[in-house]
Design a protein around this ligand. Structure first.
Ligand SMILES: C[S@@+](CC[C@H](N)C(=O)[O-])C[C@H]1O[C@@H](n2cnc3c(N)ncnc32)[C@H](O)[C@@H]1O
Length: 300
């Protein structure tokens, strides 16, 4: 039986591992050090107004490292050489991974009705051109699998094209989820019913609707890889037809936005297309590309 003394002893024992409580905060200087590190390595801006958000996301990390509070965590990063090992977790904690199937759906219509026909017209001489499509901040893969659903239907109808999709992200947790292709069932509600019937596997046991999985026929057409968009070069093909770079540059400084776009455009084939998020459309106008639809730019 647990006596008051034993409870006290247990809680005393666990005290050093309890981690930061809601009253513990990063000092402005420690927040600044983390923000500078993330800005340099990942590109994501963390102004002082984001401090509470960052603390909320890091509390679990501090606890799972067995550290006492945020001061201990920053000392672990910057004074006790913990940074190399911790960086991947810190990055995973500060990224915002919100995504959806058929997010900003106009882009998938434009892709099917305008961009793919134009790309195929360019390659009229080829028997069955392979269209390469890159989801360059893929998060858990909803964008890449949306593209796959639409392209798979198009491939079945037209028979004069083939396609391959690459999804990349800096966050190792979302990449694992993307490769598993398992999603909360309610996320799949955004998928039109006939595509869902073809490409989304429901749980076998009736009544269990917690999770769904993308069908193997699409999974084998989509690959995921780790990539930091802030890297000076990207180890991928340079004849990509379409690059989706949506809802990531809003988190970056202007100079980093332009550098990322320029590097990615270097991976597009001539007259290939770059698709930004609708709220990021202005970023595209700063570079020499031809705008062909809202937030859709063509390499000239
Ligand atoms: C908000 S999600 C957008 C997902 C998807 N493109 C969409 O529009 O639904 C942004 C993604 O960008 C990734 N990201 C942030 N900084 C990155 C970087 N430097 N390199 C690669 N990916 C990054 C995040 O990990 C996150 O998964």
């Amino acid at each position: 039986m647990r006596t008051p003394e034993s409870i006290l002893a247990a809680s005393a024992l666990s005290l050093p591992f309890a981690g930061p409580d809601d009253d513990d905060h990063l000092t402005p200087r420690d927040f600044e050090r983390i923000a500078t590190l993330i800005g340099d390595k990942v590109g994501i801006k963390l102004p002082p107004a984001k401090r509470i958000m960052v603390e909320g996301r890091l509390r679990k990390r501090v606890r799972s490292l067995g550290l006492v509070d945020f001061a201990d965590y920053t000392a672990h990063l910057f004074e006790r050489n913990g940074l190399d090992e911790e960086l991947v977790h810190l990055i995973n904690a500060v990224t915002t991974n919100k995504t959806d199937f058929f997010r900003e759906p106009e882009h998938f219509e434009v892709m099917v009705n305008k961009l793919v026909p134009a790309l195929l017209a360019e390659r009229r001489g080829e028997r069955k051109p392979l269209l390469k499509i890159w989801s360059a901040a893929s998060s858990t893969g909803a964008e890449a699998y949306t593209i796959a659903m639409v392209m798979n239907d198009l491939e079945a109808q037209r028979r004069d094209l083939s396609y391959a999709i690459l999804g990349t992200d800096i966050d190792t947790n979302v990449l694992e989820q993307a490769a598993r292709a398992v999603f909360p069932a309610e996320m799949a509600d955004a998928v039109p019913a006939e595509l869902s019937a073809r490409y989304i596997m429901q749980p076998r046991k009736p009544g269990l609707r917690a999770e769904v999985r993308i069908a193997p026929e699409l999974r084998k057409r989509v690959q995921f890889a780790h990539l930091n968009l802030m890297d000076k070069s990207y180890p991928f093909d340079r004849d990509v037809d379409l690059i989706f770079l949506r809802n990531v540059l809003i988190y970056f400084e202007k100079s980093d936005q332009e550098a990322v776009i320029n590097r990615l455009v270097g991976h597009l084939r001539p007259r290939g297309y770059l698709l930004l998020g609708h709220s990021e459309s202005m970023i595209g106008t700063s570079i020499t590309m031809r705008q062909v639809a809202p937030a859709v730019f063509q390499k000239v």
